[in-house]
Design a protein around this ligand. Structure first.
Ligand code: SF4
Length: 232
């Protein structure tokens, strides 16, 4: 059990953030990017495919994709229908095919086939948004430029009252103010892991949560409101 410090349940978020961070690190020391990759090219492709799709599904598709198209050179001249066939099961396959072809052509033309380690250069590529660029910079280049906000990160941040925002870009801005820059990439993995294992979207396991005493949304018997306690 993680040792807990004395903090009031509704202390300001800036006061709670370091302890939340410490406990998540202690609870999920091995948290990491769930997409399989061995280089920046593979990660940018996998991240584009992960939109509206599980990482598990993406990991089932990418071995064949990387075998057929090992670099942006091969991917940039791929036959769209063949690429669509490979990635079909990840959903939105026509849009993703367009993004993959555009990204690969952009990397070939502007960067000599090397994925750029720069936010501005990455988001200038077709099909690459800030979230994808954050994932690539943080996990393939170990450069912390932002916090990746997916559905888990957004939900956990809101429940912990670290943000009132619903827009991922605004949630990211709030988190960047609360947590140290050199921990931003890992922070996202920690929140995702916590969202998957404990802070479930529909049934959060608050009684087993190491953050319960720091969380204004905790649903545990001793903090239920009287009205809730008497309801049948
Ligand atoms: S106490 Fe409940 S709502 Fe709060 S972070 Fe933990 S599981 Fe989520």
């Amino acid at each position: 059990m993680t040792p807990k410090t004395k903090l009031t349940r509704r202390s300001p978020k800036a006061e709670r953030a370091p302890e939340i961070h410490r406990r998540l690190l202690a609870t999920y020391p091995d948290a990491h990017c769930a997409l399989n990759f061995t280089n920046p090219y593979q990660l940018i492709v996998a991240t584009i495919l992960s939109a509206q799709c599980t990482d598990k599904r993406v990991n089932m598709v990418t071995p064949e994709l990387f075998r057929r198209y090992p670099t942006t050179k091969e991917l940039s001249v791929a036959e769209p229908s063949q690429l669509e066939d490979i990635i079909k099961s990840t959903g939105f396959f026509r849009a993703k095919t367009k993004s993959l072809l555009g990204m690969a052509a952009g990397v070939e033309e502007r960067h000599g086939g090397r994925i750029p380690a720069d936010m501005d250069a990455l988001v200038a590529l077709p099909g690459v948004g800030r979230k994808t660029a954050n994932v690539v910079l943080g996990n393939a280049f170990q450069i912390d430029v932002g916090v990746v906000v997916d559905t888990h990160v957004g939900r956990v941040s809101q429940r912990l009252a670290l943000t009132r925002q619903t827009d991922p870009v605004k949630i990211e801005q709030d988190l960047m103010k609360l947590f140290p820059r050199d921990g931003w990439t890992m922070l996202s993995h920690l929140f995702i892991e916590h969202g998957r294992q404990i802070c479930d979207a529909r049934k959060p396991k608050c009684e087993a949560c190491p953050l319960a005493d720091l969380c204004p949304s905790a649903r545990i018997p001793e903090i239920q409101r009287p009205a809730a306690r008497t309801r049948k």
